[in-house]
Design a protein around this ligand. Structure first.
Ligand SMILES: Nc1ncnc2c1ncn2[C@@H]1O[C@H](COP(=O)(O)OP(=O)(O)OP(=O)(O)O)[C@@H](O)[C@H]1O
Ligand SMILES: [Mg+2]
Length: 349
């Protein structure tokens, strides 16, 4: 959780702390397609304090993955950054650098992707190379960043595989990705990320494809490693249960914007945005009257090709105020009595 004593606002009005690993400010991303312009990110602003885990939640298509990909400049080719900054600060001693000043394929971005910021994708098969053994792929990262000694790299790869809880790591090191189960591949991905020792890890639905037991093991492992190495994490997920288990703070996204941001406690016990409240009502809870039905969120996310006037959630919002919510875009405000809880909703202005 952010230390409220050190929480401040940047010149652009965003909440920041004295030592943010990353500050994304007013990021706007459009896709130019044959069918028209998709406004994927419409001014995304958030920070991640060093060593903290920020959960990013929201319905399918709201821009979670594109936010993560933009930080690494891995946006699909049809996408164009229209505005904004991605300020990355490698360590407390170094100044922040705007990553968007670099070309996507520049030496600087390649260096950052290899050394400083890593991403775990939803389906690890897409990021592990099927033609090389798991060990060879981890060794490659170690040889690139840590040592030039092949034997030492080999030994370190096995150590890392052991650290991520692989049974018989020597055997796994000489296996190809297709010879492993989904959970083992995900562990191998985490092992690869660890071999780079990243300052920031972007985990995009890292456990969605796994069964619940394996998911629990992988989450435990990630949390343990996060504590041990102090990596800051942007944790993208659909699953609010996972958020409660993993994260310090949560950002709730809707149609390419962050509509609420708070500590995990505040999001669960004192949610402000009607969208957050509805998201929370749509998850099952232990101990709640069994006869109570789970609520689904009425309507659907507006078409990203269209430009919405007013609050993008007004058409689905039970508390929408005619003449206000359908005409004026709400600004992000700090919730009264809080230092860190922000919301974009006219109910609180
Ligand atoms: N290559 C592309 N071309 C056009 N539009 C795209 C492309 N990739 C993503 N988009 C659009 O960008 C928006 C944000 O997509 P994104 O993948 O970030 O959603 P998400 O929140 O990660 O959803 P999910 O939960 O389903 O993974 C969507 O409207 C999507 O249609
Ligand atoms: Mg996604």
């Amino acid at each position: 959780m952010s230390d409220s004593a050190t929480t401040q606002r940047s010149a652009a009005g965003a909440i920041v702390t004295e030592d943010d690993v990353i500050r994304v400010e007013d990021l706007r991303l459009n896709f130019y397609t044959a069918l028209g312009v998709v406004r994927a990110l419409n001014g995304v602003t958030f920070n991640i304090p060093r060593g903290k885990v920020l959960g990013v939640v929201g319905e399918s298509g709201c821009g979670k993955s594109q936010t993560g990909l933009a930080i690494m400049q891995l946006t699909p080719a049809a996408g164009r950054y229209e505005a904004g900054q991605v300020l990355f600060r490698e360590s407390s001693e170094q100044p922040a650098v705007n990553l968007l000043q670099y070309e996507r394929n520049s030496a600087e971005m390649r260096e950052i992707r290899g050394n400083n910021i890593s991403m775990i994708f939803q389906e690890p098969m897409t990021s592990l190379n099927p033609c090389y053994t798991v060990g060879a792929q981890i060794e490659e990262a170690i040889l690139l960043h840590q040592t030039k000694d092949k034997a030492e790299a080999q030994q370190r790869a096995v150590e890392i595989l052991r650290k991520v809880g692989m049974p018989n790591p020597e055997r796994i090191a000489v296996s190809y990705p297709h010879q492993l189960s989904g959970g083992m591949r995900q562990r191998a991905m985490i092992a690869m990320v660890l071999s780079c020792n990243p300052t920031l890890l972007i985990a995009d639905e890292p456990t969605t494809a796994l069964d619940v037991t394996t998911e629990a093991q992988i989450l435990d492992l990630m949390r343990e490693l996060q504590r041990e190495i102090g990596t800051s994490i942007m944790f993208i997920t659909h699953n609010l249960g996972v958020v409660a288990q993993m994260c310090d703070e949560v950002a709730v996204m809707y149609l390419g914007r962050i509509v609420e941001r708070a500590t995990v406690e505040d999001i669960f016990y004192d949610p402000k945005h009607p969208y957050t409240i509805m998201l929370l009502r749509s998850i099952p809870r232990l101990g709640v009257n069994r006869a109570m039905r789970l609520e689904s969120i009425q309507g659907s996310v507006p078409d990203p090709y269209s430009q919405v006037t007013g609050c993008p959630f007004h058409e689905r919002c039970p508390s929408a105020m005619p003449g206000i919510c359908d005409t004026i875009m709400p600004e992000e405000i700090i919730v009264a009595g809080s230092q860190t809880h922000t919301v974009r909703c006219h109910l609180y202005t």
